[in-house]
Design a protein around this ligand. Structure first.
Ligand code: 0L1
Ligand code: MG
Length: 254
């Protein structure tokens, strides 16, 4: 069966720009597979501004349990996804926003290849930082299959990043993570929650991109995967992510 990937991409763009949830694509396209999902995702890239990097999704067991899957995925990040430090999140610009803490990598040089290792990722990294990702599914009630959520750019919404520090001497598996919502600690984790090591998650991404003929570029930002379950947010909420050695980051919602 031939799938009209452009029509599916257009449907997701309509959902995003009108802030209207739609049923998962696989309801209508039963054979929707991961390759088709990535093709639909790719078609949405030009509509979101300048490319700035990538995001990993479903890398933690907490997230895998939350969405009922067992393998990571990736999505692209573009300038329209960026929230500046101190810039509030306007929740009405999203359908169903949820916040999650992430360790963010900033690439110091290009990195590509089908066999890239965790060590090579760390060597190519100029900085790591605390981040908050705002995910937002275009599908009703976050109900989707893996190909659906890949097509929906891994639920990318917005993200904010703190000041990067050099990763030398930091064991990213061991750094503690605390997520606060309106002053309450709602989740804790350590860096190892993302595929055992956040840099291993980035290495997985590089290998996956190599299969698509792509790679990371110097200056790219990579969200290495949500470390806890994501917390739903609305106007007036404040979310704070704190990661040992990397610092604290606050996101206010209006
Ligand atoms: O929760 C979700 O929407 C699954 C997609 C991946 C989101 C993420 O982990 O950043
Ligand atoms: Mg995430």
């Amino acid at each position: 069966m031939t799938v009209d990937t452009q029509a599916l991409a257009d449907r997701l763009t309509w959902a995003r720009t009108t802030r209207t949830a739609i049923p998962q694509l696989s309801d209508e396209v039963p054979g929707l597979d991961l390759a088709t999902g990535y093709a639909v995702q790719r078609l949405q890239r030009p509509g979101l501004g300048r490319p700035v990097g990538w995001k990993l999704g479903v890398t933690s067991r907490a997230k895998q349990r939350q969405v009922g899957v067992d393998a990571p995925i990736y999505g692209f990040l573009a300038s329209d996804h960026v929230l500046d430090l101190g810039e509030p999140l306007t929740t009405a610009e999203h359908i169903n926003p949820r916040c999650e803490p992430e360790i963010v990598f900033v690439l110091g040089r290009d990195l590509a290849g089908a066999h890239v290792t965790t060590t090579e990722v760390l060597a190519a990294t100029s900085g790591v930082a605390v981040g908050i990702e705002v995910i937002d599914s275009r599908f009703t009630d976050y109900r989707f299959t893996m190909p659906d959520v890949v097509a929906d750019n891994a639920s990318a919404g917005r993200y904010v990043v703190g000041a990067p520090v050099h990763p030398d001497g930091i064991d990213l598996r061991l750094v503690g993570v605390v997520l606060e919502h309106d002053g309450d600690v709602v989740a804790t984790a350590s860096g190892a929650a993302s595929l055992g090591h956040p840099a291993a998650a980035v290495a997985w991404l590089v290998r996956a991109l190599a299969a698509a003929g792509e790679g990371l570029r110097a200056g790219d930002v990579v969200l290495s995967g949500g470390l806890t379950a994501a917390v739903p947010v609305g106007p007036g909420d404040v979310v704070v992510a704190t990661i040992d050695r990397l610092g604290s980051l606050e996101l206010a919602c209006r």
